[in-house]
Design a protein around this ligand. Structure first.
Ligand SMILES: [Zn+2]
Length: 521
């Protein structure tokens, strides 16, 4: 365990091996080296942080332990003999969630077990492209096999998969990836329900903005409620474990399902969708009647996603000593009208948007994320490379969105003598998320809506997400009616001190348990 005062990132991760050291190293590469909080030299195996630095709050005694599993709810009576527990649940007895209908599968949700398993998964620093990404997948496969589910794993041939013409893209280097599908078979004749959730997480960013190690989950108060803070808590390990707990509750309740339930954790969602793409290939021929993706929706219903296309612009200039500036051509200055044209294009593309998207100030953002230019302060820069993402409207093809951006850039180039001769190039690389949608009144969406309304006492909102996600693969490539429904707010996803409210996680698990019973019986 970390020593008080100084800890080493990754040290909390049990049996730290070579793969984890590499994960910790990649993690350190994303830190703000300016922050004196972080000493640049690796300490033993990873990164050393001085927790006495004012950027870090004093450690509470429970900061390095599992997230709190206590609750103001008193535990309910044990539901049956735990030795006959089909989920292998010796980790705790069933606790009744009082907001759920008595006697339903939801009453078997075991809060303690749920939180312990979220804690365990959050401690694996499964950054996209690191070996820990595979570890997270293997961890779930092992746990589920141990609980008696039919688990299939396979090594995804990353290079061969990425070479396919319809491959959705990948933005990090990846040597390996593990496919996992766990099946709880029904007795036959029922509908199969799939839960798809990603286990990869994005880097923590500036470590100085966190109040502790992003991979040591801890419980804090947010808006007067207990919340778990850790990278991936909101997006979306808590939601994935909630689906797992929902299935355990159903098994424990003894309800007999006719349809199968499939749990499919995936890698590579954050940078394109490798995992779900590979899983859909693997599941080809399996009739799947509905899918729930427990991404953070704040327990609202998101049956549609905009798309997102990553692009790169290259602007050429002509270098010269800055003292003779007017005789050269600055790539930065040539980028200015391009940027203005892209802003105009964004406004045009958002002038009228689908009803499901009207809650967003900008439904389909066109955003420049990186700009690199020049290599010397007193040289006129001869090269500028800008990367960004273009939102794709619901029902719009990715090809159409690409063509609109390329046309806007070409228009600018035609109006400038230099750019006419040296046109800006546009490349499409990395994640290419198409838009996708399921009818907001499709069976699976209505069922989750009705079940949530019963459990929570109010109806969830229904809208489209402005982000790209695996939903478009499940709907498009898989032809599966899919809805996102999960705990956590996307406002804090990918942010420092990302968190998820514990009661929302428990509510999600309860609703999903009842949904499983209704859908698969
Ligand atoms: Zn996510």
């Amino acid at each position: 365990m970390p020593r008080r005062g100084v800890f080493t990132l990754g040290q909390h991760y049990p049996c730290l091996g070579a793969s984890k050291r590499r994960a910790a190293h990649i993690y350190s590469d994303n830190l703000d080296k300016e922050c004196p909080l972080v000493t640049p030299e690796p300490f033993s195996h990873g990164l050393r942080i001085d927790s006495s630095h004012p950027c870090i709050q004093p450690w509470a005694t429970d900061n390095n332990g599992p997230v709190a599993t206590t609750s103001t709810d008193s535990p309910g009576p044990s539901r049956g003999d735990s030795s006959a527990d089909p989920s292998g649940g010796s980790r705790g007895h069933a606790a009744v969630d009082r907001r759920s209908p008595p006697g339903g599968a939801a009453s078997f949700i075991d809060r303690e077990r749920l939180l312990a398993d979220i804690d365990e998964l959050l401690r694996i620093p499964s950054l996209g492209g690191t070996p820990a990404e595979v570890d997270a997948q293997r961890h779930l496969a092992d746990r589920w096999a141990g609980e008696g589910l039919e688990v299939t794993t396979w090594d995804i041939d990353v290079d061969a998969t990425a070479a396919r013409s319809d491959f959705p893209g990948m933005e990090v280097e990846r040597e390996s990836a593990l496919g996992v599908v766990a099946r709880f078979p029904g007795s036959g004749g029922g509908r199969t329900l799939l839960f798809d959730g990603h286990t990869d997480v994005v880097p923590p960013g500036d470590i100085g903005a966190w109040t502790g190690d992003p991979f040591i989950p801890r419980t804090v108060q947010r808006d007067g409620r207990d919340a778990i803070v850790a990278r991936g808590a909101c997006d979306m390990k808590a939601g994935l474990v909630a689906a797992w707990e929902a299935l355990r509750a159903v098994r424990q309740s003894g309800v007999r399902l006719r349809g199968d339930v499939l749990l499919c954790p995936v890698s590579g969602e954050e940078d394109g969708g490798l995992g779900t793409y590979a899983a859909l290939e693997h599941l080809l021929g399996t009739p799947i009647a509905g899918c729930i993706v427990p991404e953070p929706t704040d327990l609202d219903l998101v049956p549609a996603n905009a798309g997102a296309l990553t692009f790169r612009l290259t602007v050429n200039g002509a270098a010269i000593h800055a003292s003779r500036r007017s005789e050269g051509v600055s790539a930065v200055e040539k980028f200015v009208p391009v940027l203005a044209a892209l802003s105009h294009l964004e406004a045009v593309r958002n002038a009228s948007v689908d009803e499901l998207m009207q809650r967003w100030p900008v439904a389909y953002p066109l955003s420049i994320g990186t700009v690199h230019a020049g290599d010397w302060a007193s040289t006129v820069p001869d090269l500028l490379v800008a990367e960004g993402r273009l939102g794709v409207a619901l029902d719009e093809s990715a090809d159409n969105a690409r063509a609109e951006l390329e046309a806007a850039v070409a228009d600018v180039c035609r109006s400038d003598p230099w750019l006419r001769e040296h046109p800006v190039t546009v490349e499409w690389w990395g994640g290419q998320f198409h838009a996708g949608r399921t009818d907001p009144n499709a069976g699976i969406v209505s069922l989750v809506r009705d079940t949530h309304t019963r459990a929570a006492g109010h109806a969830p909102e229904t809208y489209g997400g402005p982000y790209g996600s695996d939903l478009r693969l499940l709907v498009g490539m898989g032809g599966i009616p899919t809805v996102q429904y999960g705990p956590g707010d996307t406002r804090v996803a990918h942010a420092p001190d990302e968190y998820v409210n514990i009661e929302d996680v428990v509510m999600c698990a309860s609703v999903l348990a009842d949904v499983i019973v209704d859908f698969c019986s």
